[in-house]
Design a protein around this ligand. Structure first.
Ligand code: F6P
Length: 304
């Protein structure tokens, strides 16, 4: 997100605009916590995870009163357009704000869940996947050396995106995601059969929304008599130095967001699709994204 802020501020200034940062997301817009940003305000943030503007979930912005307060702040500060860096929830909220108040708005998709429809990938998801993958590679060393089963829980309350990507890239033995029905007995039978043939270690990745690593590890130990451990990677996946891909995508989308506003586009997200940067109507962007999980899911099962 910081790389996106850097691009919006510096590219916006290069186009003769004044750029304000809103603190704590919609909370800042509702409570007039805005600050004029200059070239220097965004120095040395390109390699930092998170956001210098801070962020929080803001249920008040979903209410009529909250939207009205935000509109008053927009008017008071003579704001001509809004750029929202966020995920599905942030876009749904600004889409309904636009329907009533018609303040031009463009979204930059940022969510580790890659849950924005109509584009290929959100900023931050590549970083989150690589962070989780590095952890899984480290865990693999103990799994192999100590001949254990590890159940690793990754983020994704409604989405198996991170789980699938790391299970595939990490050569993991199984994956459990909210989008696919999971058969624990089948998984356990595969472990027992593998063990009989001499296999000594397993890593099973579970998305946060599909089960608890602790419970699964316990059940696996009970039924296989093999030593299992649970690891919850948690919020380590939402921080750290962004990958080159996450940074350059954020910078290009920051530029595209400013250009889109200046062209008079509104109520849309910018995003990367098939190698091109384009805009997608918020009405489409907030629809449930089909991540085509089945194909990857099946491939993981074949390759183990
Ligand atoms: O929406 C992104 C996400 O990281 C989900 O994958 C995760 O379930 C959730 O946020 C965690 O939210 P919180 O930090 O509020 O617990």
């Amino acid at each position: 997100m910081n790389a996106a802020i850097r691009a919006v501020v510096r590219y916006g200034i290069s186009k003769g605009l004044e750029v304000f940062g809103g603190f704590r997301g919609y909370h800042g817009l509702i409570n007039d916590q805005l600050k004029l940003l200059n070239h220097r305000s965004v120095s040395n943030i390109i390699g930092q995870g998170g956001t210098i503007l801070k962020t929080e979930r803001c249920p008040e912005f979903s209410t009529d009163r909250g939207k009205q307060k935000a509109y008053q702040v927009v008017k008071k500060n003579a704001i001509d357009g809004l750029i929202i860096i966020g995920g599905n929830g942030s876009f749904a909220a600004i889409h309904s704000f636009y329907a009533k108040y018609k303040v031009p708005c463009i979204g930059i998709p940022a969510s580790i869940d890659n849950d924005i429809n109509g584009i290929d990938v959100t900023i931050g998801s590549d970083t989150a996947i690589n962070t989780a993958l590095a952890a899984i590679d480290n865990i693999r060393d103990t799994a192999t050396s100590m001949e254990r089963i590890f159940v690793v829980e990754v983020m994704g309350r409604d989405s198996g995106y991170i789980a699938l990507q790391v299970a595939l890239a990490g050569g993991c033995e199984d994956v459990i995601i909210p989008e696919m029905k999971f058969d624990l007995d089948l998984c356990i039978n595969k472990i027992i059969q593998g063990h009989e043939k001499g296999k000594v270690s397993w890593i099973i990745v579970v998305a946060e929304g599909a089960g608890k690593a602790e419970d699964l590890a316990k059940k696996i130990t009970e039924k296989t008599q093999l030593e299992s451990r649970a690891i919850v990677l948690g919020h380590v996946q939402r921080g750290g130095r962004p990958t080159a891909f996450s940074r350059s995508l954020a910078l290009c989308l920051g530029e595209a967001a400013i250009d889109s506003l200046l062209e008079g586009q509104t109520d849309k997200a910018v995003g990367l699709s098939c190698g091109k940067i384009l805009t997608v109507d918020f009405a489409i962007a907030i629809k449930k994204k089909d991540l085509k999980v089945e194909k990857l899911y099946n491939l993981i099962k074949i390759l183990t």
